[in-house]
Design a protein around this ligand. Structure first.
Ligand code: ADP
Ligand code: MG
Length: 327
């Protein structure tokens, strides 16, 4: 699976631009480098991200910052209990003067959508979001409208133990390429958040735009030309299949999981400045790609068995292929 020089030059360019994007976002977000790299890898791999965490950890700020640096139009939709599918898709509105119905697009028609607190909204509205994510188009009253390209969703969800929520069914969680948690900052980082805020004497952090929609499409195309050795692709399959036979597991990762693994690892390789994937790239994304696709046995729900634990176990059990330097 070799590639032309043009391919690797565009990969070098994409890696450089991605580095600039991360640097801009890190002007706003303190720490969280690994989480930010994963979010960017998902976008470069044309995927959607679920950010699962407590409020106030910088998810909204990160989403805005990525939109700004990537030059994508940004919209935010708050998923309240009374949000209806049409509030996302848009609907036909009667135009008196023209005497006809016009389609008024909803917040799905954007470059980067922050779908905030999706587990506070009932399943019908969640389904409308997930359908749009999958199909990259919406159908309203029998008419189909394509969404802009690129179109990416960063959805936030409160951890399940939070009250009054509608947890997403596994079949829908599968639609997210990655699930990422920010987690609480270390005290030194938290101090840095405060110090930076006091220094700049305003709420807003000003970020440079690094690229735009077309630039991102070119970066995504570059990611498509990253070399994946057969041994690495087989490793992805072995990890996914091992989640299905783990004793704690009711249902493991589907082939969408192993596919997600190879696609996310390819984008991660670009972030690390390489034009080929090594097993370390797969390991770096494995938890975020696989953990949310695994359901542990119901009799273990009160124990600390979790999708994450299963992924960690299979990462140690499944033999890692030898790293080869291609060409
Ligand atoms: N890691 C961080 N780096 C910089 N600012 C942060 C960080 N975590 C939290 N903040 C600050 O806390 C505020 C709340 O973050 P926000 O993005 O609204 O959280 P969330 O969307 O996760 O609820 C932000 O506006 C920002 O000022
Ligand atoms: Mg928020």
């Amino acid at each position: 699976m070799s590639q032309s020089n043009t391919g690797s030059r565009s990969i070098t360019d994409a890696a450089e631009q991605a580095g600039h994007v991360l640097a801009e976002v890190e002007k706003a977000i303190v720490g969280k480098r690994e989480a930010l790299m994963l979010v960017l890898a998902a976008v470069l791999a044309k995927g959607h991200v679920l950010l699962e965490d407590y409020p106030g950890l910088g998810k909204t700020l990160a989403a805005r910052s990525f939109a700004r640096a990537l030059g994508l139009e940004f919209r935010r939709a708050q998923f309240t209990p009374d949000l209806l599918p049409a509030d996302l898709t848009g609907s036909f509105v009667y135009d008196q003067r023209e005497a006809r119905f016009d389609f008024r697009p909803g917040p799905l028609f954007t470059g980067l959508l922050l779908a905030d607190e999706i587990n506070r909204t009932p399943p019908k509205t969640q389904a409308a979001l997930l359908e749009a994510m999958q199909e990259r188009q919406v159908t309203v009253e029998g008419e189909t409208f394509p969404l802009p390209a690129p179109f990416h969703v960063l959805a936030t969800a409160n951890p399940i133990e939070y009250e009054g929520t509608y947890p997403l069914p596994e079949a829908q969680l599968d639609r997210f390429l990655l699930r990422v948690s920010f987690g609480y900052p270390a005290p030194a980082e938290e101090y840095d958040v405060l110090a930076r805020r006091l220094d700049r004497r305003q709420e807003e952090v000003e970020l440079e735009q690094v690229t735009d929609a077309d630039g991102l499409l070119a970066m995504q195309a570059a990611v498509e030309s990253v070399t994946v050795d057969e041994s690495v692709a087989r490793y992805c399959v072995d990890l996914a299949t091992a989640t299905r036979t783990h004793p704690d597991v009711l249902t493991g990762a589907s082939p969408r999981g192993s596919l997600g693994l190879v696609l996310a690892a390819r984008a991660f390789a670009v972030l690390r400045g390489r034009d080929y994937v090594i097993p370390e790239d797969v390991k770096a994304v494995a938890r975020s790609v696989l953990a949310h696709r695994i359901t542990v046995r119901p009799e273990l729900w009160m124990t600390d068995a979790s999708g994450r634990g299963v992924v960690d176990a299979v990462l140690t059990q499944v033999p890692t292929p030898a790293t080869l330097e291609p060409r």
